[in-house]
Ligand binder design. Structure first.
Ligand SMILES: Nc1nc2c(ncn2[C@@H]2O[C@H](COP(=O)(O)OP(=O)(O)OP(=O)(O)O)[C@@H](O)[C@H]2O)c(=O)[nH]1
Ligand SMILES: [Mg+2]
Length: 1128
């Protein structure tokens, strides 16, 4: 099949109604890349024989090697349909109405029924010769009554592995429609949920593809009836997921409406019960039928990507309608569900009409039986004669040589590629079911621009109108969702032009003539320029060498291309545009905003790029010249328009949890590493690149596979040097629980003392009279004394704080207020000026109040005294003011009466900032191993300025310098007091946990369990997948134990199981890291330090060692051979 000329594709970009931007989404390994292969083959990009085998879009070596996609790739495809004129007009009308029911035109419009009932189950041709999708036929004469329609389909293949979920969000942001694949055997998996949710959030319309149907036939050996039941179950599962999104939405909207109404009515009025019933009733009546998948709606495709076939049931409706004497539209509705063919009356009957007869549903009778039959005679019980008969009856043109092939799978592919070609079915569904950019933007844009409004206001601004109308003549608005790094030699301007065969022949001829002429002139001794053959050859070599050198220079260099979607206007090369960064805020139009000149534009064709001069609204494209302006994503805005709007959305990125420190093997190559890291940071939205205080370069990745890909990228593309990598650093949290007091304080103190603070420890000591966790601290200069009590936060509040970091952030971040308030400390009830912050504060207080009230007397009402959250001002630890006076007010404010004056004119309020800093430092690194604390509250109970300070008194100036000294000392004292208070309780480590989903067969179940148990995982849930021999297991696994886990499982189960790991939460490891054996038995069993058994201690020591902290351990220096006493 010849490939499509570039010019055709470029021409189609401008025809908006005929453009579709789609992505393929699914759980890992459900067949996305294999499916896209068939689509590429239809455009002649790869040979159709190789489709499904090469996985062309997995262009990286590691992708091919591992068999999973790691980066999304885009490609533009051409699709041509020829419809009957009448059908085409229906289609146009349907398109206009944007009705999903556009399926009315399906392939059937022109299908000729050429079936002869030679086999028992009638196999009928739905050959799509009439809906040809290739350019091969584009030149052929078209029948007078048919109309050709051409489409441009911009397709993005996304990865399914959970480590790369970030790529799914970028892909769905750019697209209007999605093909959501589900493996017919595995059914709905975790990532299927995730991608469906992402599509829902982005208002991307999905089409469901149930892939790998062949596995039901050949692997599970289902009968068509069993398969029908199984497929229905999958449909139910997917629809159930869609249903939850819908009801969530409705409830949310309902809540919002109610809130708005309340506001209107004034806050004093409370809503009556009547309204509630009204809204409940309202929920029930919302029509949600449009969101579900059903084969009769045309939004479900059944496919086997590997065997290259796919169908929607309406293809069969077209054929059988005539045969059964029914209207096509009616039959289409009956081809899936409880509909049967009454053999006597030849009429379609419902379930009631069965009257106890055992008839097959139409879906089996007319659809599945046919597919099963072909598999049966070709692969399962090969029967050459029958195959030939069937091929003939289907009127397929298969060469006898192909039919006789020993490779039954190849025969199968050949038959199916003509009977139910995958690309035609899928592309047709895309064209009919998924919206054009203009239709999609009408719905998506208002949601994107006003995510919090129930009904978006009428557009008033030009840019709003342009975006909603997808107007190519308006100003430019585009969104860059990702920076892709491409080798420089791929750029069209650097590509050595590939010559066509004709050009090459022409060139050869010219050169030969030249040589002959030169030889002749030399012979004849003509005067003039003497050109000898050697010289010509030498010239040529020189030229080639130059070319080669130029190519070599480009080799290995990378350029960054913005992967973008244009919503409005037409972007042109050389145009000037504004770039709005992700932090851009229309309120501050000059910040995070810069200007760029468009350097180049591209159509992305997998690993190739086609240079463009302009791109009109509604297309996905690549853009050059953004390097240095866009880091990971950004918005492009017409330079003529004032202001702008930030289009950056919320992604799916999994929290980056795996952290490694990197350094070049050769220290002199540090600069390359830094440059490489910069590139990596830009090219991958989910990686975080940091430089730690220690100067170490650290990357944070979302999982092990992601880490390996980043390392491969760094080594081979971005830095191109050898890099050594530290052991992965896994985060822990430190917390304390209220267990009976242990005799551990001595050991805990040992840690403190070892840190060289024994002297301080005397100044900071346990209060003799106070409750558990109360610490009295005095600064070394004995100027300030304070009492702080540490208490573990009750479970409910802790959960709230951990889950609502965003809310807290909204309160703290917008908090210019805190800085303005001179002392820097503001209680949660403090006055705040700005709207957003006030809202966040109100919400926080509202939600915390009942939780605090429930937590007991000690907590009740304390939410109003929260001075700070920590660490980093947003964490799940609290500093609470229990002083009984306002600690936050500074002396300049009016209520001086509460201010306690100390000596030298220094007040306790002057120390507020230091107390706060001490608290932040302590919560950022606890006493166990310097990891952040989680769930600790610190009650500041007393603070005073002492008059017995050694250098007390003095004038104001002296006082100020003393204050500087004291504030420094207060910071360290506060930090140590918090840490010591923490140790007064029963300290525990918290482990980062992965939630882990594994699908496996019963035979290897035992092995999977063994691996999980050895790595200290916990099985949460185990379930047999109904109707299949598969088990699905859910487990929790500590991240520290997870390295090599996937490989381990794969190896032990010979590849039968592969886990998906997603970071879930931090969990308390209920084991005292300071526990040492006390009884004689324990000592005998576990040794003096029990380091074999105390896992918590082991983890703690590893971290301490890494951080260079003191580790209590015995080193045997002069070991002698041991003798066992008992033997002597
Ligand atoms: N039996 C069968 N196997 C299939 C089918 N489609 C794909 N496969 C196989 O499933 C495996 C995964 O296919 P891919 O296309 O790489 O899956 P993917 O969804 O792109 O995977 P990721 O991109 O890593 O998420 C490959 O071994 C394919 O050969 C199918 O229709 N039937
Ligand atoms: Mg893939």
């Amino acid at each position: 099949m010849p490939s499509i000329p570039e010019a055709e594709l470029i021409r189609l970009q401008a025809n908006q109604a005929h453009v579709r931007n789609i992505c393929i989404l699914a759980h890992v390994d459900h067949g996305k890349t294999t499916l896209s292969d068939s689509l590429l083959a239809s455009n002649g990009i790869i040979s159709s024989k190789l489709a499904g085998k090469v996985r062309f879009l997995d262009s990286r070596a590691d992708e091919q090697e591992r068999g999973i996609t790691m980066e999304s790739s885009a490609i533009s495809l051409y699709f041509k349909i020829r419809r009957r004129a009448a059908a085409a007009s229906i289609a146009a009308a349907a398109n206009k109405a944007n009705a999903a029911a556009a399926a009315a035109v399906a392939a059937g419009g022109v299908v000729t029924d050429q079936s002869n009932d030679t086999t028992t189950t009638a196999i009928t041709s739905t050959t799509a010769s009439s809906t040809e999708d290739s350019a091969a036929n584009s030149g052929a004469s078209t029948p007078a009554e048919s109309v050709a329609e051409e489409y441009l389909i911009n397709l993005i293949d996304s990865p399914g592995h959970v480590d790369f979920s970030g790529e799914v969000s970028t892909a769905s942001r750019l697209c209007d429609g999605a093909l959501v694949l589900v493996d017919a055997v595995e059914g709905v998996c975790t990532q299927t949920h995730t991608v469906l949710r992402q599509a829902w959030k982005e208002s991307v319309r999905p089409v469901l593809v149930i892939n790998k149907i062949d596995r039901l036939i050949t692997e599970l050996q289902f009968t068509p009836l069993e398969a029908y039941i199984h497929l229905n179950k999958i449909l139910e599962q997917v629809n159930a997921v869609m249903g939850t999104f819908f009801s969530e939405n409705v409830l949310e909207e309902d809540y919002r409406k109610k809130a708005e109404k309340k506001k209107e009515q004034g806050t004093t009025e409370s809503t009556t019960g009547l309204e509630d019933t009204f809204s409940d009733w309202h929920v029930e009546t919302q029509d949600d039928s449009h969101i579900y998948f059903h084969p009769s709606q045309g939004n479900v495709i059944f496919a086997s990507a590997i065997d290259g076939w796919a169908f929607r049931v309406d293809q069969f409706a077209a054929i059988y309608a005539q045969k059964l004497g029914m209207k096509e539209g009616v039959l289409r509705k009956c081809l899936w569900g409880d509909f049967y063919l009454d053999p006597k009356t030849k009429r379609v009957i419902g379930y009631k009409g069965l009257k106890g007869r055992a008839l097959k549903p139409l879906a089996i009778h007319l659809v599945l039986d046919n597919v099963w039959k072909v598999y049966d005679i070709v692969v399962v019980n090969p029967d050459k004669e029958m195959t030939e008969k069937v091929v003939k009856s289907l009127n397929l043109k298969v060469l006898p040589r192909d039919l006789r092939s020993k490779d039954t799978r190849a025969v199968l592919t050949t038959i199916f590629s003509q009977w139910l070609p995958l690309s035609t079915c899928v592309l047709l569904a895309v064209v009919e079911q998924l919206p054009s950019p203009a239709a999609a933007q009408k719905i998506r844009m208002p949601k994107m621009l006003h995510p919090f409004e129930t009904t978006a206001p009428e557009p008033t601004e030009d840019w709003e109108k342009g975006m909603i109308a997808c107007d190519p003549s308006s100003g430019v608005v585009a969104y860059v969702s990702k920076m892709v790094s491409v080798p420089l030699d791929v750029l069209p301007k650097n590509k050595r032009k590939t010559l066509s065969a004709e050009e090459m022949r022409e060139r050869g001829r010219a050169q030969r003539e030249h040589l002959v002429a030169a030889a002749k002139s030399a012979e004849m001794g003509e005067v003039g320029v003497h050109l000898d053959v050697d010289e010509v050859l030498a010239n040529r070599e020189l030229k080639e060498a130059e070319d080669k050198a130029a190519a070599e220079e480009l080799e290995g260099k990378e350029a960054l291309i913005g992967f973008s979607r244009i919503y409005s206007g037409t972007v042109r090369v050389g145009q000037k545009l504004k770039v709005l960064g992700p932090k851009y805020d229309p309120a501050y139009p000059t910040q995070h905003c810069s200007e760029v000149t468009v350097d180049s534009l591209f159509m992305i064709m997998g690993r190739d790029l086609i240079g463009l001069d302009q791109v009109p609204a509604g297309n996905v494209f690549g853009i050059g010249g953004l390097e240095g302006h866009v880091l990971k994503y950004g918005t492009l805005w017409s330079a003529e328009w004032e202001g702008g709007q930030n289009l950056v959305g919320k992604g799916l990125e999994t929290a980056p949890i795996v952290r490694v420190a990197l350094e070049p093997e050769d220290p002199s190559q540090m600069a390359q590493l830094v440059r490489g890291l910069q590139l990596l940071n830009q090219a991958d939205p989910s990686v975080q690149v940091l430089t730690q205080e220690t100067g170490e370069h650290v990357i944070l990745t979302s999982g092990e596979v992601h880490l390996q890909r980043c390392m491969a990228d760094l080594r081979e593309r971005f830095a191109r040097i050898e890099i050594s990598m530290s052991e992965p650093i896994v985060p822990f949290r430190e917390t304390a629980i209220d267990a009976p007091a242990q005799i551990v304080t001595s050991s805990a103190m040992a840690v403190n003392e070892a840190q060289g603070r024994d002297q301080v420890a005397k100044l900071i000591s346990k209060s003799e009279t106070g409750a558990r966790g109360t610490i009295v601290a005095t600064t070394p200069n004995r100027h300030v004394r304070f009492v702080v009590r540490t208490v573990p936060i009750p479970e409910d509040i802790k959960k709230y704080l951990s889950d609502n970091a965003e809310q807290i952030q909204a309160y703290v971040e917008d908090n210019g207020g805190i800085a303005k308030n001179n002392s820097g400390v503001a209680v949660l009830t403090g006055e705040v000026e700005t709207g957003e912050k006030a809202k966040a504060q109100k919400k926080l207080l509202e939600e915390l109040t009942p939780l605090f009230a429930k937590a007991g007397e000690e907590w009740k009402g304390r939410e109003k005294d929260i001075l700070a959250f920590g660490p980093r001002r947003v964490g799940p630890n609290l500093l609470i003011n229990q002083l009984g006076f306002d600690f936050s007010r500074n002396r300049n404010s009016n209520n001086t009466d509460t201010v306690e004056e100390g000596h030298g004119g220094i007040t306790v309020q002057d120390m507020a900032e230091s107390i706060l800093t001490g608290f932040q430092i302590a919560t950022n690194g606890g006493p166990l191993c310097g990891e952040p604390m989680l769930g600790m509250a610190f009650f500041l109970q007393e603070i005073e300025i002492l008059d017995n300070s050694q250098e007390a008194g003095g004038s104001g100036g002296e006082g100020r310098s003393k204050m500087a000294v004291s504030s420094g000392q207060v910071i360290t004292s506060m930090r140590d007091a918090c840490r010591l208070g923490f140790l007064e309780w029963s300290p525990r480590l918290m482990l980062a946990m992965y939630s882990c989903d594994i699908q496996t067969t019963a035979e290897v179940l035992g092995k999977v369990y063994a691996v999980i148990a050895r790595r200290k995982g916990k099985i949460l849930h185990e379930e047999m997948k109904e109707g299949t021999p598969f088990f699905s297991i859910q487990a929790l696994l500590p991240v520290v134990e997870s390295f090599g886990f996937s490989d381990d499982i794969r190896k032990r189960t010979s590849g039968a199981a592969s886990p998906q790991l997603i970071f879930s939460h931090f969990e308390v490891l209920d084991m005292d890291p300071f526990w040492v054996p006390n009884t004689v038995e324990e000592l005998e069993d576990l040794g003096e330090k029990a380091d074999r058994d105390n896992v918590a201690k082991k983890y703690m020591d590893v971290v301490r060692k890494r951080k260079g902290l003191f580790v209590e351990q015995k080193i045997v220096e002069h070991a002698e051979k041991q003798r066992t006493l008992r033997k002597n």
